[in-house]
Design a protein around this ligand. Structure first.
Ligand SMILES: CC(C)(COP(=O)(O)OP(=O)(O)OC[C@H]1O[C@@H](n2cnc3c(N)ncnc32)[C@H](O)[C@@H]1OP(=O)(O)O)[C@@H](O)C(=O)NCCC(=O)NCCS
Length: 184
């Protein structure tokens, strides 16, 4: 059976010469840069971090284990490369969220794969803390312009939480495209 997936791709831009909003969060989670030792703990939660919003992508790529392998190739690369960094949120001994950031040349950077927080820990300001930590690191590294691409499925007229989060932390929408993908 064939059906059409409707995808929406939104591009965000931050100009870090403008002041970043202050974190208003008062929760117990702490944010730190991940090290290679965190790889295994991240592997365990990698897919769950993106559900349910990204279940369409998990299906598209061929199931949870493929999705995990794909996410971990990105996580591994970010943990090895000195121009890239992953920030994790921890509560107790548990990693509950993450956000990747990468520096490019000439004062530009990206937030890779957006921000993701485990479903049971959302709406408590942790996503904001992670994104602010990533933007702050990029700014301190001399980056001025930061881009982020967000892909959502089937919500042409409805923003997903990540879009609200990026807008609430000063991200400006610079592109917004909707297209159809034929799925077998
Ligand atoms: C997007 C995500 C990281 C937000 O994490 P979070 O810890 O819940 O975010 P916060 O609590 O810091 O919320 C920050 C802002 O986002 C918005 N927001 C968060 N969840 C929302 C929801 N369900 N509906 C509407 N707005 C929401 C609000 O504007 C909120 O600001 P407010 O607290 O002043 O109202 C989380 O929903 C998630 O992990 N989603 C799945 C992964 C994903 O899609 N990531 C993006 C991939 S590119």
């Amino acid at each position: 059976m064939k059906n059409r997936l409707k995808l929406r791709n939104i591009g965000f831009l931050w100009d870090l010469e403008e002041p970043l909003p202050k974190s208003r969060s008062k929760n117990k989670a702490s944010i730190r840069a991940a090290t290679r030792k965190d790889g295994e703990r991240l592997r365990k939660i990698a897919v769950e971090l993106y559900l349910p919003e990204w279940s369409w992508w998990v299906r598209k790529i061929g199931g949870k284990e493929r999705a995990r392998a794909d996410l971990m190739s990105y996580v591994g690369e970010f943990l090895r490369d000195r121009k890239k960094r992953i920030f994790v949120a921890e509560e107790g001994e548990k990693i509950i969220g993450f956000c990747g950031a990468a520096k490019h040349d000439r004062g530009t950077g990206t937030v890779g794969y957006g921000v993701a927080v485990l479903p049971g820990f959302r709406k408590r300001g942790i996503g904001s803390m992670l994104l602010l930590a990533a933007l702050d690191w990029l700014k301190k590294s001399g980056v001025r312009f930061v881009t982020l691409e967000e892909e959502t499925f089937g919500f042409a007229n409805k923003d997903i939480p990540a879009v609200f989060l990026y807008k609430s932390l000063g991200g400006k929408i610079i592109s917004d495209q909707t297209f159809s993908l034929l799925q077998v």
